[in-house]
Design a protein around this ligand. Structure first.
Ligand SMILES: [Zn+2]
Length: 172
């Protein structure tokens, strides 16, 4: 069994609170290589990778550990780490364009980091609410959108240590 507990879970060396409160990240005890039974992400060399061409071979390899990756666990438990809310009349006038922009960017991110993804997009009467598996993705999508369609962007990490709330609005 691989154990790396001492090194894992601290975000820096200045004695901050351990970040290992995240119940999903058990990678330090994961036997590599591992394959997510849900989304087929591969865990190897201490990181999650997206290599669709290798999945078939790994599936038949008894040396591969079967797991459920953190993203699939968060989706199953509906536990988003990032919540990105978009509002304003401008949004509805450019909705498809904005959705395409964010979907394309999310796909680019996914190819590099398969556990960082959009969980769901809800359309409410007030706006669009995009939930992500990773905090950083919500912030990243907010910045991408604001760069392309400058509006007002707010990023808040304060409400809960595990959730990043991002709001963007533009009214005209
Ligand atoms: Zn998965």
């Amino acid at each position: 069994m691989q154990k790396n507990v001492g090194k894992f879970g601290f975000s820096d060396k200045r004695g901050r609170t351990p970040t290992s409160v995240d119940p999903y990240l058990q990678e330090h005890s994961l036997k590599e290589p591992a394959l997510c039974q849900g989304c087929k992400a591969i865990y190897r060399n201490k990181r999650w990778q997206w290599e669709p061409r290798e999945v078939e071979e790994m599936r038949n390899d008894p040396g591969v550990t079967e797991v459920t990756c953190p993203a699939c666990q968060k989706i199953a438990g509906h536990d988003p780490e990032g919540i990105f809310t978009l509002q304003g009349d401008y949004l509805w006038q450019h909705e498809q364009e904005i959705r395409n922009l964010l979907n394309n960017e999310a796909e680019r991110v996914l190819a590099k980091n398969p556990i960082s993804k959009i969980m769901q997009v809800n359309k409410t009467k007030d706006g669009l609410v995009i939930e992500t598996t990773e905090q950083k993705l919500a912030e990243h999508l907010g910045r991408i959108l604001n760069r392309a369609h400058s509006g007002e962007l707010q990023v808040s990490w304060s409400q809960s240590p595990r959730v990043c709330r991002v709001t963007w609005e533009r009214w005209e």
